[in-house]
Design a protein around this ligand. Structure first.
Ligand SMILES: C[S@@+](CC[C@H](N)C(=O)[O-])C[C@H]1O[C@@H](n2cnc3c(N)ncnc32)[C@H](O)[C@@H]1O
Ligand code: SF4
Length: 382
């Protein structure tokens, strides 16, 4: 790590209006209200902790994720951004993203977020069909989502939106129509996720009981292939498995994760990677919002784990992340992190199966390799 490497800040807001039945993110519903001023003080305290552990860095991206950060008051977002600027240098073209749910109430805050310093909005639209939105437990309609998207495009320099495919009852033709329509609304970036049945969610309970019929196996692979094709034709090729952008409009914050750079992470259930004395540390904070709050107030941070990674662990983590990227793994970086070159016997075997390919000094997963990433990682990691 050098001081000039990208450095990001992740801010987790762990609250939502309602819990979607497919979601296993660290998000909680609090009907009794949230003491936002008290949370803000804790965010500022935790930022100070990270500033002490990553001094002298220049921030290149900031990401407010959740949960639903568009439930935060713009002045809370502004105060966090001011504090970040007080602790670190901020690069001229720093990307500052906020994840938003597209309800009309949240759209009312867009102008306030832009004034606070947000320059990129990521909208969770999820589906362009009202019955699917209902089944996904969403709090917005298609019309509301498209109105929020229009407003976002007038308000922020950069806008992305998320959709989920391979949903209950969805056919390949349905997804083709939906994505074609979505791409007519796309600005410079879209995230298209295949529905994952996450353990412990209401969707997983239905799946186990056999009452949830989702496209899987060949059908889901066909949807994935169609996604690549339609996005490519629309000028938004994939730069990562689920992320598509016009060249130059990739999310710098997401790229920073997948390229294995350092980032601070504040708020309940946030993760961080910080290099100290040449050793990368993997950190995470308590998941319970109130537990996190109490600990920050007494200890000055909400960390629940802080592990130094061995050189091999850091290199394997980089491999795991970078194989997701279209640009692939920089083999010189892998060797510098691990202290040895990648195992050529394994590379040759996987290349023979058509799963990876060399692109100069890089190793990339082929389209069929991307479908079996876990196998690649198992075979290539030490
Ligand atoms: C932190 S989440 C959501 C942000 C925001 N609260 C929202 O719902 O729009 C980020 C994205 O992950 C995706 N996602 C969440 N759970 C998923 C699942 N089980 N399968 C596929 N995508 C999922 C959704 O597209 C979502 O927009
Ligand atoms: S998908 Fe978004 S709104 Fe729904 S529970 Fe998860 S974080 Fe909250």
């Amino acid at each position: 790590m050098t001081r000039d490497d990208p450095f990001g800040i992740y801010v987790h807001w762990p609250f939502c209006k309602a819990k979607c039945p497919y979601c296993d993110f660290n998000s909680h519903v609090r009907h009794g209200g949230i003491d936002e001023a008290r949370f803000l003080t804790a965010y500022l305290t935790e930022l100070k902790h990270f500033a002490g552990r990553a001094p002298g860095r220049t921030v290149t991206s900031i990401f407010f994720g959740g949960g639903t950060p568009s439930l935060m008051q713009p002045r809370t977002v502004a105060a966090i951004l001011d504090a970040i600027a007080g602790h670190w240098g901020i690069a001229d073209d720093t990307e500052v993203t906020l994840e938003a749910n597209p309800t009309s109430v949240e759209a009312e805050n867009f102008a306030g977020y832009a004034t606070a310093g947000i320059n990129r909005l990521s909208l969770g639209i999820q589906a362009l069909d009202d019955s699917s939105l209902k089944a996904l437990g969403r709090q917005h309609t298609v019309d509301e989502a498209l109105a929020a998207l229009d407003l976002a495009e007038q308000t922020f320099g950069r806008v992305s939106f998320d959709l989920i495919y391979a949903r209950e009852g969805q056919t390949l033709r349905d997804w083709q129509d939906e994505l074609t329509l979505a791409l007519t609304h796309a600005a410079d970036h879209v995230s298209l996720y295949q529905l994952t049945i996450e353990d412990g969610t209401p969707l997983a309970t239905r799946h186990a009981a056999g009452t949830l019929r989702v496209p899987d196996g060949d059908k889901a692979s066909a949807m994935y292939a169609l996604t690549q094709e339609l996005c490519e034709t629309a000028g938004l090729p994939a730069y990562e498995i689920s992320n598509h952008a016009r060249p130059g409009s990739e999310s710098r914050h997401n790229l920073l994760y997948w390229r294995g750079h350092d980032y601070a992470g504040i708020g309940a259930g946030a993760h961080a990677r910080i290099s100290e004395g040449g050793i990368k540390h993997a950190l995470s904070t308590l998941k319970s919002p109130e537990g996190w709050l109490d600990q920050v107030e007494t200890a000055g941070h909400g960390l629940s784990s802080d592990e130094p990674l061995s050189a091999q662990e850091a290199a394997d983590e980089y491999l795991l992340m970078a194989l997701r990227l279209t640009e692939g793994v920089d083999l010189a970086r892998f060797a510098a992190l691990s202290g040895h070159a990648i195992d050529e016997t394994h590379v040759a075997a996987l290349a023979g199966d058509g799963l990876v390919a060399r692109n100069g000094s890089r190793l990339v997963a082929t389209p069929s390799g991307r479908l079996v990433l876990e196998r690649l990682i198992l075979e290539l990691a030490a």
